[in-house]
Design a protein around this ligand. Structure first.
Ligand code: GDP
Ligand code: MN
Length: 380
């Protein structure tokens, strides 16, 4: 789950990381009132989950009430790379001496946490990585040892920040690492991390992705409530399905994330385009299948549906009965192609064969099913 900047800063503040005071505002009047309360100058910042807001005109300094109003009016409703601004963060403006970059992510290949620090902040890190890769100091942190002060200091020195920033950076990075690990984040990024003329180091921006699998350990209800999903994704989420909307026209239902990804791939490989990724998980029972079919059926771009199930613990005949029951419950507008394999596939296929029609086709392999579904979709 991605957080908005203001939520990321809330999250940081919970771990003692220095951020600027500020307030959320959803209207121009609220923004102006917040700015007046905070005292000028303030920064008016668009809250959208996309980077490069500054360049797009979504981050503006205001020196007085009139400017705060002008900027709030301009930024609310602004379209930033397809994200319309509905909420502002009004923050006390900081004086900036230097802008740095800092982040923690998980390096899955190394099985360690990766820290990146650069004296070239405030710009896109991808650009720095391309043009001047040596300007990014990387460390791989042993998850058992954690980020000790000695390691943090060596890292900060390697990044060649202004030496005035070193103590503050060491302290902030250690707190950021604690936020990243204890807070169960997949990403904690600060760009820019600033040094003020008074020698203070603090986080001027926040990009945080939380690990949804850890949500049971935290109270993330507020973050969860403000998530922005497209209509299809919201419907799937409400049913507890793992769903990602895509741009194609073949609806995909599979059990297991790996199989669902392979299904999207094979649809594309045979010349089609998947409308979605949908993993119904291990227990492919009638209720889950009906829910999945409903979500796919409500997607107007879908022209045909590919159900790809590999029976494991859930046996083939249970899956087949589940599909048949689900089809009895939900009226589906698009033809369906099913590939059923795995445990008791023969029994399952026999059940499906009894219901076979022009709009319900069963194929024994993934490739044949993919070809069939793309061909059927092409005719509609
Ligand atoms: P992004 O463009 O979406 O990454 O938004 P940021 O929050 O990183 O802001 C973009 C840029 O605006 C920063 O790199 C700063 O240069 C500038 N900026 C943001 N807040 C302040 C502030 O409090 N004071 C000053 N002087 N500049 C700011
Ligand atoms: Mn930024």
């Amino acid at each position: 789950m991605d957080l908005f900047e203001y939520q990321g800063k809330q999250f940081f503040a919970g771990y003692g990381i220095a951020v600027s005071p500020g307030e959320v505002a959803d209207t121009v009047d609220d923004a102006v009132a917040a700015a007046d309360r905070l005292g000028y100058p303030v920064v008016v910042k668009a809250q959208v989950m996309v980077g490069g807001r500054g360049k797009a005109g979504g981050v503006k300094l205001a020196a007085n009430t009139a400017e705060a109003r002008e900027h709030a009016e301009f930024i609310l409703g602004l379209d930033i790379k397809g994200h319309v601004v509905k909420r502002l963060w009004i923050e006390k403006a900081s004086d900036i001496a230097e802008e740095y970059y800092a982040s923690f992510t998980l390096d899955r290949a190394a099985k360690k946490h990766l820290g990146m620090l650069s004296a070239q902040g405030g710009v896109e890190i991808e650009t720095v990585a391309e043009e001047d890769p040596d300007a990014i100091a990387k460390i791989w942190i042993d998850p058992v040892e954690g980020l000790t002060e000695a390691v943090a200091r060596a890292w900060v020195e390697e990044a060649k920040l202004n030496p005035l920033a070193n103590d503050g950076a060491v302290e902030l990075l250690q707190k950021l690492y604690t936020a990243f690990t204890d807070g169960d984040a997949d990403l904690a990024e600060v760009n820019p991390l600033i040094l003020t003329p008074e020698g203070k180091v603090h986080a001027l921006d926040a990009k945080v992705t939380l690990d949804d699998n850890a949500s049971y350990r935290h109270d993330w209800a507020e973050y969860e409530a403000s998530q922005v999903r497209d209509e299809r994704e919201q419907a799937a989420h409400d049913k507890g399905l793992q769903y990602v909307g895509l741009d194609g026209y073949v609806g995909v239902i599979a059990n297991g994330a790996g199989l669902a990804m392979s299904t999207v791939d094979i649809v594309n490989q045979v010349g089609g385009q998947a409308a979605n990724f949908l993993d119904i998980g291990g227990g492919a029972n009638a209720e889950v299948m009906a829910g999945a079919l409903e979500v796919i059926n409500n997607d107007p771009t879908v022209r045909a549906i590919f159900i790809n199930i590999f029976g494991g613990i859930t046996k083939g005949e249970e899956v087949a009965n589940g599909i048949v029951t689900a089809l009895g419950r939900v009226k589906i507008d698009s033809p369906i192609v099913i590939r059923l394999d795995g445990t008791n596939a023969d029994q399952g296929r026999a059940i499906l064969a009894a219901h076979e029609s022009e709009s319900l086709v069963s194929k024994p392999t993934m490739l044949e099913a993919a070809r069939a579904v793309v061909e059927i979709a092409g005719k509609r």
